[in-house]
Design a protein around this ligand. Structure first.
Ligand SMILES: *Cc1c(COP(=O)(O)O)cnc(C)c1O
Length: 400
């Protein structure tokens, strides 16, 4: 079977809830992937940051195979010998007191929202059923009904109501609007430190600090969604560190497993995660030994291979090169570390055709919104790989 055969099968039997580039991948290693027709591509998307450690990292693969061969699943009805070690290692790495393991990012988000509500009722003293959580327009936090209830993206919401109440939205990067939205029943502010899906929107210096101060002043939990920006992507362990801020609660996922397996988690203090009592919340697969072993290896790779520092160095280099491209199509190049958005002018005719052209040149990336090309290669990338990529990117951005 060739590329067209696979596409035809998928179109016939698989729901069309995505519009992928027409490339059918069958193999990956490090920053490279190969399609079923034998073409090689540089992966400049990294599964939206789930592949920070690169494809098929040998140490994570080894951990997966060994644990799969011993004990993949227990459910949380019993304990296993991997989860306690992951919990300790993750808390020591991040400086939080406790973690709660889930699988997908959306589940970690739901978990954080539940924790915040219960904290509001049991610790802050908000009347039962009245808790409010402030979110930001342009956000992306996942696809469950509750999460899309506070999305500002019409396509994510239309046709899926009725929506979950208890959320208000304020413009991103506007601390005054945020303060004005706070009421005695507000329990939390839930925010991305950089909006990834929203177009790689980097807030101005000081904004997250203002959010932190408002949360402190009004006794609110500051919850950051670092599912895409966290675990080294921006050249820091967490992107909020760029503004010198530590959130009360953080959601992580994606790169937590190095792309092998869905693993997510919520990190917070004992006071916050302590609101969950046995039976309050859970997941059959959350915290299973296979996931825990994979996540432990993924975190070790991140730290022992200095991927966070590499993201910082290579990100600066890539951003500098992108900023020097003299293309009439480019409106702005922005980002931090290896999370970079190239916003095109409206007259460029949309980012999609540039992504298609880059695919032809052997570089895979994806538009976000209509006019932004997102560049987010695995954090194992080296300078000479960036040089290779830049030759293609320069060519494509000079297209008429
Ligand atoms: C990807 C993402 C999610 C959702 O993660 P899933 O694993 O797709 O459910 C949530 N928040 C952010 C910021 C993300 O990038």
């Amino acid at each position: 079977m060739n590329t067209q055969d696979y596409i035809a099968l998928e179109d016939q039997y698989n729901a069309h809830n995505y519009k992928p580039l027409d490339v059918v991948l069958e193999r990956g290693e490090g920053i490279w992937v190969w399609d079923v027709d034998g073409h090689r591509y540089l992966d400049f998307l990294s599964a939206y940051s789930a592949l920070n450690q690169g494809h098929k990292h040998p140490r994570i693969l080894q951990a997966l195979i060994e644990q799969a061969n011993k004990l993949p699943l227990t459910s949380r009805a019993f304990r296993n010998d991997q989860l306690p070690l992951l919990a300790k290692e993750l808390c020591e790495l991040t400086g939080y007191e406790m973690m709660l393991p889930m699988n997908t990012g959306a589940e970690a988000v739901e978990t954080a929202l539940k924790a915040a509500r219960k904290w509001g009722y049991t610790v802050k003293g908000v009347p039962e059923g009245k808790a409010e959580i402030v979110t930001c327009t342009g956000n992306f936090h996942g696809r469950t009904i509750t999460i899309i209830s506070f999305s500002s993206e019409r396509q994510y919401r239309d046709g899926f109501g009725p929506y979950t109440p208890g959320f208000v939205s304020v413009p991103y990067c506007d601390a005054d609007a945020l303060e004005a939205a706070i009421t005695p029943n507000t329990v939390a502010v839930f925010i991305e430190p950089i909006q990834g899906e929203g177009g790689v929107i980097v807030p101005p210096d000081g904004y997250l600090r203002q959010v932190r101060e408002l949360c402190d002043r009004h006794q609110l939990l500051m919850i950051t969604d670092e599912i895409q920006t966290g675990l080294g992507r921006t050249g820091r362990l967490f992107a909020a560190e760029w503004d010198g801020v530590k959130a009360d609660m953080v959601t992580i996922g994606k790169a937590l497993s190095g792309g092998f397996y869905p693993v997510s988690a919520v990190l917070a203090s004992r006071e916050v995660l302590g609101v969950f009592k046995p039976g309050d919340h859970g997941s059959t697969f959350g915290g299973n030994p296979l996931a825990a072993a994979v996540a432990r290896a993924a975190l070790k790779v991140l730290t022992e291979e200095n991927l966070i520092a590499n993201a910082c160095v290579q990100g600066e280099y890539l951003m500098g090169r992108l900023r020097r491209i003299e293309s009439d199509h480019i409106k702005e190049v922005r980002g931090r570390g290896l999370l970079i958005g190239v916003e095109l002018k409206p007259a460029a005719g949309g980012a999609r055709r540039f992504c298609e052209a880059l695919k032809q040149e052997g570089l895979l990336c994806k538009e976000t919104h209509d006019n932004v090309i997102r560049f987010a290669p695995p954090l194992v990338i080296r300078r000479e790989d960036i040089d290779w990529a830049m030759e293609r990117i320069e060519t494509v951005l000079m297209m008429p």
